[in-house]
Structures are given as C-alpha cells and as structure tokens.
Design a protein. Sequence first.
Lengths: 161, 778
Amino acid sequence: MVVLNGCAIRLQKRAQQHPVEYPPVVVQEESQKEISHQDETDTAKKYVSPSKQVPTSKVVLALLSQAEAEGQQGHLDTAISTIERALRIQPRNAELWHQLARYRLQQGRPALAQDLAKKSNSLAGKSNQLKRKNWLLISAARKKLGDIIGASEARTKAGQY
Amino acid sequence: MVKKKRKVTRKRRTVKKKNGFFKIFLKYLSLYILLPGAFVLVAYLGYLDYTVRRQFEGKRWAIPARVYASPEEFYESRHMSLATFIKTLQQLGYRQDAKLSKRASYYKKGAHLYLKTKGFKSWDSEEPSRLLRITFKRNKIVKLFDLESSKDIAIFRLEPLQIGNFYPSRKEDRILVKLRDVPKRLVEALLAIEDHSFYQHRGISFRAIGRAIWANIQAGTVVQGGSTITQQLVKNFYLSSQRSFWRKFNEACMALILEARYNKDEILEAYLNEVYLGQDRSRAIHGFGLASEYYFNRPLNDLHLDEVAVLAGLVKGPSYYSPRKHPKRAIARRNLVLDTMLDQGFVSENQIKQSKRRPLGVTQYRGLNSSRYAAFIDLVKEQIKHEYKEDDLTSEGLRIFTTLTVGVQEAVAENAARILTRLEKRKGTENLQVAAVVIRREGGEVVAVLGGRNPQQSGFNRAIRASRAIGSLIKPAIYLSALEQSDKYSLTTVLDDSEIEIKTKTGKLWKPRNYDRKAHGEVFLHTALANSYNLATVRLGLDVGLAHTAKTLKNLGITRSVNLYPSMLLGAVELTPLEVAQMYQTIASDGFNTAIRTIRAVTSKDGKSLQRFPLTVRQVVDPAAVYLLNTVLQEVVRAGTGKSIYTILPESLAVAGKTGTSNDYRDSWFAGFSGDYLGVFWLGRDDNKPIRLSGASGALIVWANIMKKISQLPVQLVPPENVEFVWIDQKNGLKTDDRCATAVQYPYIKGSAPVEISSCTDNFLEGSGNWFRKFFGN
C-alpha cells in the first residue's frame, strides 16, 4: 500500500514538474495573425479541430480562374505554374493541391496525381465534398496505373463522403 | 669612222653586260626573295582569312548563363510597407520620375505608389509593362489599380532580380541584339561619330586616316583615330590590345578580308554586339544590348535619342566617358555626338536642341552583386550541373529562374550576423560560424541559403558542405519510428528515463547521460521528446531498433548511409544543414517528401522553355504518426527545451521545432517550421572547438529572430481521419473525461488510446490501483 502510494505521489509530482499543455493551441482560420487566447484558468484543455480547410483568399481565387482558363486552352504546364504561384501564397489550401492533382492526371502522370490528391486530403479537414473529389481522382489514377482493386477501393471510399 | 664603230660596239657590250647583271639581280630577287615572300604573304593572308571566317561564322560569343531570383508577387492584403516596396523597386533599378515617362519608373504620392513596370518574359508567361497605382495602408497593400484599363487587378509580378552569372574564363557579358531590332538612331549615331563612310569604304578608309593624321597634327596630340568600324571590330574580336605596327598591319589586312567576305550589315551587327562599353567590377560589358540595361535599365529599343547618343559616345573611351564616374564628360560627349549627327543630316536642329537639354538619365549603379548570393548560387550549380555541361552553362546564355526570395535571404544574412556578434559578447566565445537553409514549408523551394556569417566572403559553403554531428535533431526519427507502431507506442506510453549502460561492438561500455545530468524516471513518451531526455530516448531507440530508425531516416530523405551504432540514437551522425532541411521538410509537410530544389525553370537565351522543375510530392510516412510527432514538436517550443522561443515570437505562430546540441557543445542546432517557412540553423566553430552554446541558447535564438521577420502564417496541424482525441488523466495516463481536473485531451491513432479508466473523481486507492496495473500489468 505504502509502496503504491509512494509511486503515485512520485508520478503526480512529475506531472506537476512538467506541466504538459495539451492539446496544442489552435487558431481560428479567419483571423490568422490574431491570437485565440486560451483561458488560463481552464485546466481541462479541450482540443478544437479546424472545422474546414483554409478558405481561399481573393487573390488565390483569381489565380485559380486564370489556371482554369489556361488549362482549358490546353496549356497544362502554364496552368500548373499558376497553381504553384497560388500555393506560394496559401500553401495549405487543399483545393489548390486538388487542382494540381487534376492537371497532373490530365498530363498522364497518375502516380504523381495520386500523391497530390492524398496531400489535398490531408489538408481537407472536414471538407467532405473535396475529399470525395480527391478519392474519385485517386480511383481514376489507380485505374491508369493498372491497379483495378485499388481503384475500386478508392471509389468505395469516395462514396463514404 | 672605224673609231666610232668600235665605240658603239664597246658601249653595246657594256650595256649588254649591265643588262645582264640586272637581269641576274632580278632573277635572284624574285627567286629567293620576292617569290617566297609573296608565297609567305599569301599564306599568311590565307591564315588571316581562315581566322576571320572561323571566328565570324562559328559560335562567336560565349554568353554566360544568367541566374534570376524568384519574381516578387504583389497582391491585395500582402503585408508590406510602402518604404520596403520602394526599396524593392530601387534594387531593380527603377528611377523616380513623376511623369512616368519611361518604363521602370515610379513616384510616391501619399499612401499611393505610381508605377510603370518594366515587364518581362518568364518561362511560363509574358508579363506586360503596366501602369499601376498601388495603395498601402497600415503596412499592407490594400488596392492595385491598373491606370490604363481603369480596373482593379488582383496580382502582378515584378521582373526577377538577376543575382548572378555563370562565367566562362573570360569574364565578358552581353545581351545579343539583331541589327533589325536595333534603333536606327543608334546606327546613325555610330556612323556619325565613328565612321561616316562606313557604307562606302572597303574596310580601311584612307580618307579617315588622312583626316585623323591632319587633326592630330593640328592638335599636337592624338585626338582622332582613323579606324573604321570594321577595324574596330577586328581589334576587339580578334586581337589583343597591343599597340604595335605589326598589330596595325594585321588589323588592316583582316579588315579588308572581313569586308571582302561579309556584307556591311553582318559586320555592323557583329560590331554592335562586340564593342566594349564599360566595366562592372570584374564583369566586362560588351555590346549595346547589355550596355542599355547596364546604364539605363531598359532594353535598347526603348531608348530615346539622347540616351542612344550617350552610348554611341562611349565607344571611344568607356572609362573616360563613363556616365556614372564622369557625368560632365559624358554629357559633353553626348552633345558632340548629337552635333555630329546634325552635321551629317541624320537629325534636325529641333530634335537635338531638345535632346541636349535632357539630363544624362543613367540609373544609379547597382552592380551585379553576386557575392551576396554566392552560397545560394553554389547550390544552384550543384543542382544544375547534372543537367547541363559546364560548357553550356558558361556559353549558351541560358536563363535560370530560381526560387531565391531576396527579402528572406537578406533578413537571414543581416540578422544572423547581428545575433552572432551578440552571442559572442555574451558568452565570451570567439570565431563563431553559422550556416542556414530556409525553405518553404510546403513545396521544398529554397528561399535562402547562408554559407557563413560573412556572405560576401565567398569561401566554404557550410550550408551544403559542412557535415556536423546533429545531436538531438535525430530524435524525431526515432520517435516517429515508434509512433508508426501504434499497437506499441502512443504519446502517453511511459518510458524509463533512468541510467543505462550499453556494451558496444568493440566491447567498450557506453554510458549516456542527460543534459541536466539527472535521471527522470518514468515519463510520458511526449515528455521525453519535448525535453530531449537522452536516457529514455536510447531505451526507446534500442527497442525500436537501429535499423528501423535508419530506415525512417531514409524515408525522410536522408540518402547518406548511417553507421548503426547505439550512439546514432543521440545523433552521432554527421549531416549538412541542407540534409537536415530535407529530413525536416518531410516532417513539416505531414509525411509528404519533396526533393529540396532551387530551380523552377531554365530557358534558352531567347526565352524558349528548356526545362521545368515543377512541384512534386511523395507520401513516405504514415501521416497520423507524423501528426502526433508534430504536436510534440510544438510542445518542444511551448514547454520543452525550446521554450524560450516565445520570448521572441508571438505564441499565435504555434511553431514546431527541435533543438540539437552535440557532444561537448560543439554544435548548436535548431530545425523548425512555422506555417510558411522551415529553417535549419547551425552554429559552431570551423575548428570544432566547443562553443558553450546549446541548440536552445544558440541556433534557436537566430532562428526565432529571423522567423519573426519573415513568417506570416501560423502552424495549423490538421489531424488525419484515423486520429481521435481522448481525455487522459495526466496523473496516471489513464482514460477519463472532462470532469477530471487534471485531464487533458491527447491525440491517438485509433485503437491505441488507453482503455482503462482513471477514477479521477473516485477515491484515491482505486485510482492508484489502476495505475499499478498499467505499470506492472502491461
């Protein structure tokens, strides 16, 4: 009993010596620079997940439509360059990564398209529509790579969203 | 009568004798002197002819490859002050001009900046010259208005700054021009001042020579040269600058040959591209194409009459008439050119009157200061040498568009030097050196490279060539390997941070120690990493396995083979800052590896796209494991070894990183990222002596100060779908709920969270019983 108590106290003491601030502080997307100040009296720290992906800014929207126009004219390399420009402004915008995947698939680079779509998914948060589009794209890419089973799995996954 | 006849006969005989000698003399002369002489002369002329043709028809000029930084983008809501924007324009050679009469000019009016951009052709598009009004408010761009179309625009790019060249052995530089693209005025100016009978003579103008001699005699000194344009071309093209009769003779012969072989237009075009027009430190400016950019920051066909006259006047003596060093002489010379043009009927009285009134109009000197960016260009060369031969790089005039962001590079160089000096004073250390690689957090583009504390001193590029022990920077690889095995490890797995002795292969005993020399006993896995506990890490690493750790390093992008000794777990591994950056790039990008790159595209000198290096990614590590790791890397700077960071940075940036200190404090490292940039900084001494600085007290300080200047976006980790959040009682690591006062939510890969419930709100004994079971039962 005494031994157990002693151990418990030791672990408790350690917890106090190393105050672990979990979860990580998450900032609201709308105010990217301003602090979302955690109330310090809050001892139970709840994790707040980003509810949606990075909202597309005005300039990125302009670049997206420019890329769309370039893509439609068949200038895929140029469209990709334009999306890359947008990514330098909003590097975590899931829609941009999806567009890159789309153009790469059109260019006949299915393996790369698949990775780009996965990257888009990793940033999509709760944006189900985008996740569905990504999984459909992955399915198409896998089909091109000859992975029929994988393509079917991806299609099923897309249906979940 | 008989006498007379005899006399005549005698005379004839003498004459015959005399004629005979003469004939013999002539015979010998021609046989042994004239004929061979003529033969030699013809042979020599043939050699000259061959030289002339070969040089003229073969590849004439070796044009160095030009290296450009990333073109800067400007858009609404971009953080930038008006003052900084003006500085950027000045760096690109823009002139202040309230009338915006020429391209590459600007003026400020209140919070507005009026601008006529230069326009440029890049590998993917043609950016036109625009007339814009840019409005700034509170250090942000708030509006971009196109004055020609009267519309708002969303974004525009300025032409990229040229940051260097790849020179051949002769440090010449030129921008080739075609005769048809050259302004007529320039040709007229040259004809007027240098060789007005160019189209009439055959290479040499005796009239010109005669005139020159006369003029020189009159003046008492050499005031005029009698060289034609053709002769000048020969002099520059083929011959050295020796002044001798032999040289003059060669010059004359070759000029005649040139004229015989090629037409006037071809000769003139070669001349326009060859003539020496200035010296920029070690770079020689040849040809009017480059001279126009060098003196006026505008293309040749954009110049006005007075500017063209300045350039034409330079031919006679680019140093003597240098518009920057001797503006008065330059203006006088320009006016002389204009007068001569009038004399010969090329221009009207009115035209030159206006032109003479104009100021010189040259831009301020902004040399191609490539030494500033030497470390970055060194990396560019490393990356491109596999694609192009040295010869192509130094002679084809390739245009290399890179990823360098000038603002970031300058922030890195300035701040690193400043802080190093401060650290040296504080610690009494000397000869501290620094190296850094800064890349974009996503996409792997290099935005800045620091090879040493004094970037001007091109020398050892530590960022890509100094391999140093990375110390604790290796730990994330170990912990990542563990976290990937979610059936065995989670963030709240209890590790044993107590003393350990390991027998190495050589039989020696290795006894690692923590930095604070203490053993901390049982600790959570995340705590061990955040505080960089060596003992717990070694135990974990041995459990995970050295081979597995090495494999993870490989997945993260380290190509170097690593020795599988236990000491590897504490970073007895030597890597360059560039390699470390590659490793952390994969971590920062949520497990998607992108090869770090410096080049976006390469075009030919005419702008034809030759190669592109677009963005590619490859998923190499389980994203859930990386997510967990990144939350701990945020803890490192919030509460662990790097917690001094938030005395420098705002907490809202939520950065993630890892400190690294090697044995005996010889190397101080920090690798970390914000929302937009990832930086790896190293501090140490070239002689490898201890510097008495840890990762936290050295490299971290430099990193944080620079991130403060350059970073705009905070870190926002997105948890993957197979990650769930569970309330855990911190006292015992067991599952609980939000009613518990010591509860915290931890992320877990689904299925790896503890299932035993902590009776946080129940009585004490039951709670400790569960804890007991967790410890000794598992």
